[in-house]
Design a protein around this ligand. Structure first.
Ligand SMILES: Nc1ncnc2c1ncn2[C@@H]1O[C@H](COP(=O)(O)OP(=O)(O)OP(=O)(O)O)[C@@H](O)[C@H]1O
Length: 352
């Protein structure tokens, strides 16, 4: 069920400007903006410092580092960091993902083709099938895969030694990883949402790479609307660039940023049309709630899953909506964002 929700989020999310996930076309556009080395990677100071120690120590020992697990929401830089790990080690990166591996044999084929010191990036590692997961434990710990030959009672396993390599696993749901798999990672880093000033740095760096003039106040405006996520910041930057080229004078200043983001219906705190429709329904139609998810979804003309997986996570994270056992409730921040006064009989939960 959790997986269904995740897929739903991906399918529906790609149509939104403020989604944290990306489709293949966008990933191609992103490639040009990826930091290549650890010192270009903005923010995440703790993970960066810890990872840099792991990598430097391994390099000075002349041996591959411990396996690395990166967890955190989409769009915060897990893939970028995996690429950086390979670059810092001066080795090549092989990329696959949990859903791409249908059978244990697929993973055995990837593992047995690895060369010494290579980095294997396993995205969405929490979605590996159980038999593949078990094969991975052994490969990570003993650098060995057991190749099964024959079928049924006559089947036997032939151990195949692997050269030392490093797995970089990425997951948006570390909690779903079984403990034995989690334990195989010598280093685990959790990526968190970025501050506005970190996102401004990301934006200035991207603007330099795209060769567009980005004013400081425009960068601050875009950063504020980017939901703490570099992927969203870079996407909004590209839309502001479009506006400046077509409707403006090519400069990405504050007026251009505001005008472009108004066209794309991304409001001053990064809410889009659906987010605002949810808040609006909660406050104006249901007096702040509590209201059930199904009713709320029907009111905004969306499926319940869409409201739950696409709009709600950010609204809840930012404190505009609370989920209570009796239903969804608008917080005082939601009322004030809509420019409305909360009614005197607001749920007890939020009365001063
Ligand atoms: N710390 C950072 N500094 C600069 N740019 C960043 C940083 N983190 C991410 N980005 C940019 O954001 C985009 C998305 O990053 P990335 O693909 O690494 O995210 P992800 O966490 O792997 O997402 P997903 O879980 O969807 O695969 C990239 O284009 C990258 O350039």
């Amino acid at each position: 069920m959790a997986e269904l929700a995740r897929d739903e989020e991906r399918d529906l999310g790609t149509e939104r400007l403020v989604t944290a996930s990306a489709d293949d076309v966008e990933r191609a556009a992103e490639a040009a903006l990826r930091p290549r080395r650890l010192d270009e990677f903005v923010g995440q100071h703790v993970v960066r410092e810890q990872l840099s120690l792991v990598l430097e120590a391994a390099t000075s020992r002349g041996a591959p580092p411990d396996h690395v697990l990166l967890s955190g929401p989409p769009g915060l830089g897990k893939t970028t960091l995996a690429m950086i790990v390979a670059a810092e080690l001066g080795s090549s990166l092989r990329v696959t993902s949990g859903p791409a591996i249908q059978h244990a044999g697929d993973l055995a084929a990837v593992l047995s083709s690895l060369e010494e010191g290579e980095v294997l990036f396993l995205d969405e590692i929490h979605r590996l099938a159980r038999p593949a997961e078990e094969l991975l434990y052994v490969a990570m710990e003993d650098f060995r895969v057991d190749v099964v030959v024959g079928k049924g009672a006559g089947a036997s396993a032939i151990p195949l030694a692997l050269p030392p390599f490093t797995v970089v696993g990425a997951t948006t749901r570390a909690g779903l990883l079984p403990a034995p798999l989690r334990d195989r990672f010598g280093f685990t880093g959790h990526l968190d949402y970025y501050s506005s000033s970190e996102l401004e740095k990301v934006l200035h760096r991207s603007a330099r790479l795209l060769d567009v003039p980005l004013a400081a106040d425009a960068a601050a405006e875009i950063a504020r609307r980017s939901r703490g996520t570099p992927r969203i910041a870079n996407r909004l930057l590209r839309r502001v660039r479009d506006w400046a080229q077509v409707r403006g004078d090519g400069r990405l200043d504050l007026a251009a940023a505001r005008a472009a983001l108004e066209v794309y219906e991304v409001d001053p705190i990064g809410l889009d049309r659906l987010d605002r429709a949810v808040l609006d329904a909660l406050c104006r139609r249901f007096g702040g709630g509590p209201v059930g998810l199904g009713t709320l979804a029907m009111t905004v003309g969306e499926e319940a899953e869409t409201v739950e997986t696409v709009a709600e996570p950010y609204l809840v994270r930012e404190g505009y909506v609370a989920r209570t056992p009796r239903g969804r409730v608008a917080t005082p921040a939601a009322w004030s964002h809509l420019g409305l006064e909360p009614p005197a009989d607001q749920p007890a939960l939020f009365r001063a």
